[in-house]
Design a protein around this ligand. Structure first.
Ligand code: THU
Length: 153
C-alpha cells in the first residue's frame, strides 16, 4: 500500500458530510470519519466535544464505536478522514491535510488487526486541495494490538 493508492472519493464524501454534524462548540474544528465495510456499506461519524474538554471524542473513535456496536469491527476495509475550522456562519474551511490523531490511529488499528488487513486511510483537507492515501501501518508502525494480548480476530 503506497501513496499511489486510489482515494475512495465516495467514502471521503461521506466523511465530509458527517463533519457538518460535528458537535464542536469549543474547538470549532469539525472532523468527519467514514469506514468502508466489507459489504460496501459506510459507517460515518463526527467528533463530539464536551464542556469538560478532555472528554472529547474524535470522529474516528465515534465511527469505530459504531462499527463495534454492530459487531462489525473486523469488517472495516478502508477509512476516510477530513476536517476544517468552522466559522461563525457555520461554514467549514481549511487547506491542511487532516490525518488521524495518535489515539485514533490506535483505535483504527484494532479494526485492522481483527480483520487481519492493513487499512488504506484517505486523508484530505477541507478544500480538497490535498488528498492522500496512507496505509494505517505507515501512520502507526509497530502497533500494539490484540496479538500482544493473545486475542485473535
Ligand atoms: N479531532 C478528531 O475528531 N479527529 C482527529 O483525528 C483529530 C482531532 C477533533 C477533536 C476535537 O473535537 C477537534 O478535532 C480539535 O482537536
Amino acid at each position: 500500500m503506497t501513496g499511489a493508492d486510489i482515494a475512495d472519493m465516495e467514502l471521503l464524501a461521506a466523511a465530509r458530510d458527517a463533519a457538518t454534524r460535528a458537535y464542536a462548540p469549543y474547538s470549532r474544528f469539525a472532523v468527519g470519519a467514514a469506514l468502508r465495510m466489507t459489504d460496501g456499506s459506510i459507517i460515518a461519524a463526527a467528533n463530539v466535544e464536551n464542556a469538560s474538554y478532555g472528554l472529547t471524542l474524535c470522529a474516528e473513535t465515534v465511527a469505530i464505536a459504531l462499527a463495534a456496536n454492530r459487531g462489525a469491527l473486523h469488517q472495516v476495509v478502508a477509512v476516510a478522514v477530513i476536517g476544517g475550522a468552522r466559522t461563525e456562519d457555520g461554514d467549514i474551511h481549511g487547506d491542511a491535510l487532516l490525518t488521524p490523531c495518535g489515539r485514533c490511529r490506535q483505535m483504527l488499528h484494532e479494526a485492522a488487526a481483527l480483520g487481519g488487513r492493513d487499512l488504506p486511510v484517505t486523508c484530505a483537507s477541507w478544500d480538497a486541495s490535498k488528498v492522500e492515501v496512507v496505509a494505517l501501518s505507515t501512520l502507526l508502525p509497530h502497533a500494539f494490538g490484540p496479538d500482544n494480548l493473545g486475542v485473535e480476530g
